[in-house]
Design a protein around this ligand. Structure first.
Ligand code: SF4
Length: 340
């Protein structure tokens, strides 16, 4: 376990084994999680002996491998982990918030056909420390500019709910009052639809936002682009979502990536309206280019699709694509780096 993945009580246990006073644990946790320190040397109120012990025991979980900044301000980071695996995070600055999109796995086993990460295969789960360290690294950078991360989306590489324990630990670390203290409502977990884990999450009593990557309105179409649908078909997924809303009272976001010629007709919009009618939900329409193709829907088609949903009283927004000049879509930068 990396130090960044430990709660103060757990750090205390580690310190006790080395006869280091327990109060140092709170100092260490605050340095890591509140001040987003990026080296032990920055921890100026710790004795040299403690710093030396920490340096020996805990190599830093990640380092920046490369980064790219878009003309629209979006910044993408490729991080190298201790085993030299690489993961991505993307900072999306807006007027009143700084949203960071983070990864939960190296690669992904879900094999969604429109996703560069899905096509590169699964390597391993990230630890909670590796998940949180992406946030802390970027927070450190923003602090120097007098800014802070305000929102986190678990929407980068990997399926968060397939790495359930580390995901939850990372949420609790980011949420910790002695750390960044990011309210759970500022955290969004995005899933391709692992129904049993959606039900489990509903019972955790945490107020995170849940986003479902839906992308199609029939099992045949959804299974074509998202193999996970064969394990958890639409009805099973939507029942799990209903359960989530009942248990938490939280509104669910449904992500619908519009791919021209695949899922962007008025008829499909009507089917989507029918599937979601009466649910506590919100639909995010995302005009995308699947990896290696040119199938972006027209502005007119997009507006028509949105109108059908609005007519059915389903709240809808169209997500502005950001960072297209820096390969900001999930897995693209890592894929380029692997090819190089
Ligand atoms: S879209 Fe998400 S779940 Fe699907 S393959 Fe890509 S990273 Fe995995």
């Amino acid at each position: 376990m990396d130090l960044v993945g430990l709660f103060p009580e757990e750090i205390k246990d580690w310190l006790a084994e080395r006869q280091i006073p327990a109060f140092r644990a709170d100092q260490i946790f605050a340095w890591l999680h509140r001040h987003a320190a990026q080296s032990f040397e920055e921890m100026t109120n710790l004795p040299k002996r403690v710093i030396t012990e920490l340096e020996k025991a805990f190599p830093w979980p990640l380092q920046l491998a490369t980064s790219r900044k878009s003309v629209d301000g979006t910044e993408k980071y490729l991080f190298a982990l201790k085993d030299r695996s690489t993961i991505e995070a993307v900072l999306i600055p807006e007027e009143e918030r700084q949203t960071l999109c983070i990864s939960t796995q190296v690669g992904c086993a879900m094999a969604c056909s429109f996703c560069a990460t899905g096509q590169s295969g699964y390597v391993r789960n990230l630890t909670a420390a590796e998940i949180v360290s992406q946030v802390l690294w970027v927070e450190n950078r923003l602090k120097a500019l007098g800014q802070n991360i305000t929102n986190i989306v678990y929407m980068g590489m990997g399926e968060p709910l397939a790495n359930y324990e580390a995901l939850l630990r990372s949420v609790r670390l980011l949420n910790h009052p002695q750390g960044l203290n990011l309210g759970a409502r500022r955290l969004t977990i995005s899933t391709c639809g692992l129904a049993p884990q959606i039900r489990a999450l509903a019972r955790e009593n945490i107020q995170v936002n849940l986003a479902i990557s839906l992308h199609a309105t029939t099992d045949a179409e959804r299974s074509e682009v998202m193999p996970v649908n064969k394990r958890f078909p639409l009805q099973e997924l939507l029942e799990a979502c209903e359960y989530y809303t009942e248990q938490t009272g939280r509104r669910i976001s449904y992500e619908y990536a519009l791919i021209h010629g695949f899922n962007d007709t008025v008829e499909q919009a009507k089917r989507l309206q029918h599937l979601l009618k009466g649910r506590l939900c919100h639909v995010n329409l995302i005009p995308i280019n699947p990896v290696g193709s040119e199938r972006r829907p027209s502005a007119k088609g997009l507006a028509e699709f949105a109108q059908v949903l609005e007519a059915g009283h389903i709240p809808v927004s169209i997500r502005k694509e950001r960072g297209t000049d820096i390969e900001a879509a999930c897995g693209q930068l890592r894929q380029t780096q692997l090819q190089e």
